[in-house]
Design a protein around this ligand. Sequence first.
Ligand SMILES: Cc1ncc(COP(=O)(O)O)c(C=O)c1O
Length: 412
Amino acid sequence: MHQIAGSSVNWKAIREDFPILHEEVHGHPLIYFDSAATSQKPLAVLDALRSYYEHDNANVHRGLHELSSRATEAYENARKRVASYIGAASADEIVFTRGTTESINLVAQAWGGKFLSAGDVILLTEMEHHSNLVPWQLLAERTTTRLRFVPVRDDGTLALDQLSSMLTPEVKLFAFTHISNSLGTINPAAELCTKARAVGALTLVDAAQSAGHMPVNVKELGCDFLAFSGHKMCGPTGIGALYGRAEVLDSIPPWHGGGEMIVSVTLEKSAFKKAPHRFEAGTPNIAGAIGLAAAIDYIERIGRAEIFKHDVDLADYAMKRLADLPGVRVLGPARERGAVVGFVMDVAHPHDLTTFADQHGLAMRGGHHCNQPLMRRFGLTGTTRASFYFYNTKEEVDRMMEILQAAVRFFK
Ligand SMILES: Cc1ncc(COP(=O)(O)O)c(C=O)c1O
């Protein structure tokens, strides 16, 4: 049985909660090592979605009938659940979005559009996913705000010794990823927020790779915004959240207009609801929010500290095993990394290697992982990325090694 030292969780039993893990791919048992792209979904989440559509489905906030009340209650309870999961002071600090990308675009367009002007600086890092880069580039074009980047060192960590000189008074926001989706680096988010606050800058944490993998608490981090996606943490696609500290969120104008976000409308102008409803124009993803709440319940039954230990242990194991392979280069820190291991091998291009692995039932990702500037920083066009979650095992890592060894023989 797959065991993690010091863990009381029966990880093998947990796999039974994920029917998809029984799939066969090209005649082989599936090994799913692409959870950084999207995680698999447990029965508890699938059941919650089905039960909502079977028993309670109606539109929210506008119906004067029983089903609408039930749907509204479930949707707003999901908001409370998200708030408690990340330690927000109130559910009013949670905006439901389509995911991390939409959350960051909301901040860039609505907050950035109102508060930034020529000469202001947004501080990012060289390891940002395109979704925490392109929205700021679009904003910079519109407002002549400048972008500045904390460099990444050769070992995949941020050059924190340069942070003080980069955090000048012109910096209005420091937006950075909590865990790198290509390097596995875990950034010291609380420390970064403290340093930014000291110069009066707001902070945005991209928690896409951390929210489902480790304890994340916005008060402990001391951030102003935090963005994450439900689908990377056992929830459905098309749902995620933006946390905004109440004082900051209240100061931001709406970004999308439409139904649901108004108090009154005349032909000439409208008055808007308070946050968070001001930011949720149109019919929201009601089932998605309910599915996300079910995913949170599921994750918390296991425990995020346990999940984190499992991730670190499995990533360490994979790093050790990969070191045995000839002609392999692994990106990112050697130890204490998130559940992401990106590598290149001399024998084959990442796309060919990933396709070869797929023929053996092993699902990984090959390419730039929406990190083109970071890949360029390391002189690469892409990597093969194995990314893990708590349903993965050391036996699966062993099987990955056999497949990679076969690839060495095949491509030589
Ligand atoms: C670090 C990071 N940020 C943002 C995103 C974007 O997430 P989504 O596509 O769910 O909006 C991802 C997705 O891979 C990610 O890994």
